[in-house]
Design a protein around this ligand. Structure first.
Ligand code: 6R9
Length: 635
């Protein structure tokens, strides 16, 4: 078992060791796992090619570290507690033994379908236990899971399936989200019209809604499971074999398939879970994320289960049946650690205090946030009203790419400060550089957040595009991993994340590439071009502001066009990408060389109509004046 850091001195000591001799440090942590064959070498790396290999020639299966390793001691302990959308419906509690049985059965379903090691499996599902079962079954046979958040459109799903050339899709008939029923299978059917790699679809019955059924392709989960063999041996995986792909938005058009591998991801997600949340045996832990995002991968499924923890999986939304739902769940199960996003906190604040005030939250020990910077108001509300001034808040900075929490307090051990992710986790060596890549050392500095040494949980490549991997993360600053975030280190040496410095917008903790949204807008037949920027939004953190140039406004009028642009974006990407504000403009501010001056548009979107800096390269300054006028009148 992984030892927890238990004092501030202990953290400082561990951190120093991890920097002085990272290989010895990670080797010691990795020793606590079950390897079928130990590694020959800890690390082989350079950030030039780039090449990152951890635990070379080590052989393992991550699910043996979840199941076989824990069964003697905690076979009957709940592994997953599933809380359904409707609070009065029956929940499901799967012990380690029960979860293991389901996983083994589903591995046999997949093996019978001819899915095996290295094959890609797309999972498009609501938050039901079968989602976790499916991903663990993939890991057990060495199939690579690619989970697509079930809020994405058919078009986005198809792009991801095609990029990974998935052979199998696992889905459900529908999904419950609050008072809505999402037609999941219909979306899959639409996506699959354009996906030639997919041979089979396995469908969980959840909403019992009527769905189409293609006899040659589709099968029901429960029917396949009823016939499935219960025995299965885990596939022998190399530490550097791919465990999963997870797509995330970048500053250019197409989402990137982030690749994580078996050995390093296992060690890192488990180590950070145990330490950051200070998980103790018997604690019931609840992360409210969706498994379709990296937070759900690392901190609902892999991190907790690798530690033999009890993890709560919630199907619904925070405001259904009312805005007290999270607190009812905390009370119902006696949650010790609760992990959510600032956007959820802000939306609950806006609903009023009465939903949290009279709830018994005395079981809570640790609160966490992730996904975006947390504003001080939200931090204090969380601390005072949820944590009742007794629970440390871990503001955890990390990314799909980092695999696990990278800069964060360790609960109760590293003193917190509102708005600060505080200090790096052991093994993470942050460095702040200016625009030219010069290190800004010492305290009270601000610049680009990079990491200068590999850690086991880091991404290894972008699926099918190593060149893009190199360009995106290792070419901006030589020999450094560039996160894309701006950061400040204060006089105490604490890190405060300032947000993205690239063309990525963080909407409710979800990354959206501006180019991706622009391309979707530009699909509209009346749109000539568009530019998308972020702007401060009370609940979402950042909202999407689109400046749109239309050829002809006579059809449908301004409002009609705005509505159809929004519809188009929802259809192409999904509702999370829908612009909050659309301003129709005659032209975009461009330089003489034809580049859009986004800096100006960002200012206008923020409501700052001055301080544009140097605009001497602008082709036509009257465009800016017109846009300001329009912004003042229009939005
Ligand atoms: C885990 C996750 C990553 C981006 C990241 C940053 C922002 C995440 C944050 C935070 C400030 C925090 N971000 N955690 N910003 N404080 N505690 O969210 O992964 O979806 O890949 O997003 O989210 O901008 O670069 P992902």
């Amino acid at each position: 078992m992984i030892d927890k850091i238990s004092t501030l001195g202990g953290y400082i000591h561990e951190y120093q060791k991890s920097v002085e001799n990272p290989q010895a440090f990670w080797s010691r942590i990795a020793e606590s796992f079950f390897w079928r064959k130990k590694w020959d070498k800890i690390l082989d790396w350079n950030f030039i090619e780039p090449k990152i290999n951890w635990f070379l020639n080590g052989k393992l299966n991550i699910t043996e570290n979840i199941f076989e390793r824990h069964l003697f001691t905690r076979g009957d302990q709940p592994a997953i507690i599933w809380e359904p959308n409707e609070p009065n419906d029956e929940n499901r509690v799967l012990s380690y033994n029960e979860l293991f049985l389901e996983v083994k059965k589903f591995t046999n379903v997949m093996l019978n379908l001819g899915v095996g090691k290295g094959d890609r499996v797309a999972i498009y599902m609501p938050m039901v236990p079968e989602l976790a079962i499916a991903m663990l079954a993939c890991a057990r046979i060495g199939a690579i899971h690619s989970i697509v958040f079930a809020g994405f459109s058919a078009n986005s799903l198809a792009d991801r399936i095609n990029d990974a050339e998935a052979k199998l899709v696992i889905t459900s008939d529908g999904g419950y989200r609050g008072s809505k029923i999402i037609p999941i299978k219909d979306i899959v059917d639409e996506a699959l019209e354009n996906c030639s790699s997919v041979e089979k679809v396995v469908m969980v019955q959840r909403t019992n809604t009527e769905v189409s059924f293609d006899e040659s392709r589709d099968m029901w989960w429960h029917e396949a499971m009823a016939k499935a063999d219960e025995e299965n041996k885990a596939e022998l995986m190399d530490a550097e074999d791919t465990l999963f792909i997870l797509y995330t938005s970048g500053s250019t058009d197409k989402p990137k398939g982030i690749v994580h591998t078996c050995g390093g991801y296992m060690v890192y997600s488990a180590y950070t879970f145990k330490n950051v949340f200070q998980y103790s045996d018997g604690d019931i832990y609840f992360c409210s994320a969706d498994i379709g995002w990296i937070t759900g991968h690392s901190y609902i499924v892999y991190g907790p289960l690798l530690n033999g923890a009890t993890t709560v999986m919630f199907e619904g939304i925070p405001t259904y049946p009312d805005a007290g739902r999270y607190w009812d769940i905390v009370n119902k199960y006696g949650i010790a650690q609760f992990y959510t996003a600032p956007t959820a906190i802000r939306s609950l604040i806006s609903m009023g205090q009465e939903y949290v005030e009279n709830k018994d939250l005395s079981s809570l020990k640790v609160l966490g946030t992730v996904g975006e910077p947390i504003n001080e108001e939200a931090w204090h509300w969380y601390h005072d009203h949820v944590g009742k001034n007794r629970c440390p808040i871990v503001d955890t900075w990390w990314q799909t790419e980092t695999g696990g929490i990278s800069i964060s307090p360790i609960a109760g051990i590293i003193p917190t400060k509102p708005g600060f992710a505080t200090l790096p986790q052991p093994g993470i060596q942050p460095i702040i550089v200016d625009g030219d890549g010069n290190e800004l050392s010492g305290k009270s500095v601000e610049g680009n957040l990079c990491i200068k040494y590999p850690w086991p949980g880091m991404l290894r490549t972008i699926w099918g595009d190593h060149e893009r991997f190199k360009k995106t993360y290792f070419s901006t600053f030589e020999n450094l991993y560039f996160s894309g975030d701006g950061v400040k280190r204060d006089e105490d040496g604490y890190y405060r994340i300032l947000g993205r410095v690239d063309d990525v917008i963080n909407v409710s903790g979800h990354r959206m590439g501006t180019a991706e949204v622009e391309n979707a807008i530009n699909e509209h037949p009346l749109v000539n071009e568009s530019a998308v920027v972020g702007f401060p939004h009370d609940i979402k953190g950042q909202g999407i502001y689109a400046f749109v140039v239309c050829g002809d406004l006579s059809t449908g009028g301004e409002e009609g066009i705005k509505t159809s642009v929004r519809k188009g974006v929802t259809k192409i990407i999904g509702p999370i990408a829908k612009p909050d504000k659309i301003q129709l403009v005659r032209a975009l501010p461009k330089t003489r060389s034809g580049k859009i001056m986004r800096r100006i548009l960002r200012k206008i979107a923020q409501g700052d109509y001055s301080n544009f800096g140097d605009i001497s390269t602008l082709l036509d300054t009257s465009v800016v004046e017109e846009i300001i006028k329009g912004a003042l009148e229009d939005v």
